[in-house]
Ligand binder design. Sequence first.
Ligand SMILES: Cc1ncc(COP(=O)(O)O)c(C=O)c1O
Length: 471
Amino acid sequence: MTRFETIANNLAEQIRAGQIPVGARLPSLRQIISQYGVSQTTVFRAYYLLEQWGLVRAEERAGYFVTPGAAVHAEVPKQKQDDAPKKVDISDLVFSVLESTQHPDIVPLGSAFPSPTLFPSSRLLKSLVAGTRSLSPWSTVEDLPGSDRLRQQIRLRYVGIGLAVASKEIVVTNGALEALNLCLMAVTRPGDAVAVESPGFYAALQAIERLDLRAVEIPVNPVSGLDLGALRRALEQHPIRACWFMPNFQNPTGTSLSIEKKRALVEMLRQKQVPLIEDDVYQELHFSRDRPLPAKAFDTEGLVMHCSSFSKTLAPGYRVGWATAGRFADKVRRLKLMTTLCASIPAQAGIADYLENGGYDRHLRSLRSSLQTQLGQMEAALHRWLPDAVKWTRPHGGYMLWLQLPQSVNAMELHTLASERGVSIAPGPMFSATHAFQNCVRLNFGHPWDARFENAVRALAEILDSPGVRA
Ligand SMILES: Cc1ncc(COP(=O)(O)O)c(C=O)c1O
């Protein structure tokens, strides 16, 4: 990280933590110069970056001030807890929403992917060629659990956050979604109860539906994350076989668990010997200086199955992900062999070559900075166009915002009317087994901001003003 990025990140952390409050002036140029021993130009570059991220604004001759909303989390009221195990019937709703948002002309505020223009596709192509060229004809049979070269690179990324995992614990899969599904299959049988987040990622609900499991919904507070008290009660009342959670940058709220909560979560599950399937696909997209630890970091008994991929950071189409599956690794590996045998070998070779030689960390720094800038731009547009009654979460990573609209708004209607105007959104009911969160919406800020996005937010505001969206 360059000096100015380090300074900007340190100040951003203080702003988000409320240590430099909204409206306050940033430390003076002289203070920063003497604190970091840098030049005036470096400090200005740091301030400029903070301005791009939407955290401060310059006032002529007066200095830089923290913008309204920069440290404010819109607190969405707690949802009622209904943790009775339920059969799930969500796929029709999810597919109908996803289908209507896939047209290339539609403004993808409802998409689950960041813009492909943020990925280093030509450098990756070079690695695909180099990696494939270096493959031995025998790799097709030798690399079934995942290429050694790639697993070594994945292992090294764990080392980067101080985690020692063995290569043989890592099963390479077709994206994180397959990793998550295989882990779920490894620890459940039809009819079992599985704890999921509410609101939570719809693919978890779809997996539960497909495997004829039962969902026990645990509330997620959009500011502090998963409600551990509710989880403890659910564990006492129901024979929960597994949990599927996202402790970092949760989809759809963007919230993360604190270190203490991650530790407490793993300890609670250890006492009950309940496996945790940890979805950590956004782990590398953090806005703070350091990569957040996964819950897996606190796992002493191999009960946490940590799943991630390169889909959100590098190469969605390559479909390369993995599960670091602890004591269930053999079972997951066998399931992988029995279902799709192995992940594409050229794709694995290309990604391994890129991780070794392509400058992944440099790319990630620039990706994170773009996402942070886009978050600032989206928030500015939301402030500009939407009524004050609309609240949203301010994620510290990833590229999703969770919007709470007035109670009277029906997000499904908003979705229908927005699609007619060429804008996709992800309506709240997609994220719960009971189709709750009728007045909530997930928005994607993973795309470079331009007039199309600005107009899309404006269109949402106009629709919200019309009688058609009232529940
Ligand atoms: C929260 C979450 N987990 C997992 C996945 C699946 O990732 P992959 O594309 O690597 O299968 C997605 C993709 O949308 C996601 O949003």
